[in-house]
Design a protein around this ligand. Sequence first.
Ligand code: NAD
Length: 472
Amino acid sequence: MMPTAKHASLSGNLVLLGFGSIGQAMLPLLFRHIEMNPGQVKVIAADEDGKEIANALGVNFTVQALTEGNYQTVLESCLSKGDFLLNLSVDVSSLALIQFCWRRGVLYLDTCIEPWAGRYTDRSASLSQRSNYALREEILAFRLDKRAGPTAIVTNGANPGLASIFVKQALLQIAADNDVAVEKPTCYEDWAELSMRLGIKVIHIAERDTQISGQRKQRDEFVNTWSVVGFVSEGLQPSELGWGSHERHWPLDAGRHGFGSDAAIYLNRPGAATRVRSWTPLEGSYQGFLITHGESISIADHLTLRKNGDVVYRPTVHYAYHPCDDAVLSLHELAGKNWRLQRKKRIMRDEITEGTDELGVLLMGNEKGVFWYGSRLTIEEARQMAPYNTATSLQVVAGVLGGIVWALRNPSAGAVEPDDIDYETVLEIATPYLGELVGVYGDWTPLRDRSPLFAEDMDRDDPWQFINFRVV
Ligand code: NAD
């Protein structure tokens, strides 16, 4: 059934920056669930994609690419105290926008910490500077002395975003299934303590997208179910993972950043060329890409326990992404061309004929087995619930909607991550759009059914070592 409840109201203006696959998917839900009218909204994007959708919904549409040189002038003319900047663009610095919003008393939300165009592939920058770890540390440094103030939620889509919330829900479920009595955790240390007690050593953000269309990928074309530019950018950043305290085998191509929380490491290779073994209940075992993502770092950081300054507990956390089949073919072609992006780009939407986005978190190490908790959303369900959506985009905008509602109800929370905010509110708002929200146990491990045909470097004493997941 189509959800219709109004969750909050906005009296000021809202600028929707970026109107690609996620912006278009989001706009109708804004009017459905927030008390506001189309006259309050202005879309700003770098191209005309989706203009007819904005027009059909009565929303003003301006084509204007923001740059370091013009963003303040452009935004000053349309945002002031009490307004909202919803950033669903690529190539615009999240930090610059947050600083701008802070000064003007504007609320802010994005789904990814973006830098200005060019930093991801800047050859004069170190691997560390091109990482999501560094981008996150810049936000954390900004907020050091600004704990209260206009709310700015970073990285709040599905993943990053709902993934942090799924982890909390999964931990509580595993605790209940193990008869571990827990008080409701109230701070990071409580969650970390619970995760340690339950024996969790590894957390994957385990996603298998099976959406397909009759229109196959052409040669020299990159096809995906969300931003091609966004996916290729993150795929060409160094692979990154939250580095667990149980790990005994240091990857030869790994580096530490040498500043900040030290919760994560990077590999000297792009995520688009780094495969890992993982598991989801519908797909079973699969090989996904270890693409860098904000949640790998923030979840690992928030689940760290220290004693006398030393880390005594942290799980290994990373993405294991099996994108839609045409995106896998696209990545293969991209790698063959030495990472030179294809001439044509296509985000599949209306042409999708079938498929499901199975997106959740896989918690490993508890004696009951691995536990996957997340959303299984089919393309048919997504279309029934919201126009201009795919299964992928609807999971993302469900998280965005939850974040917007939380920000409107908590307008002076300062800069926060999904791990910092009230997971129950966000989950309650998002759930009607997530299809089947399930927790499933399995007996899979990365050592299971490994082929004996070739010798492999493995640690058979502890299945949860990163060395056992990584495909070399
Ligand atoms: P898209 O490529 O379809 O659209 C990008 C939009 O940004 C376009 O409207 C484009 O015109 C606009 N844009 C590009 N450069 C700009 C500039 N300089 N100034 C203003 N606008 C500019 O992307 P999408 O699929 O809609 O994704 C949007 C964002 O959401 C990306 O950052 C992506 O990484 C993120 N995302 C997050 C999640 C999540 O779950 N957290 C999932 C999917 C996408």
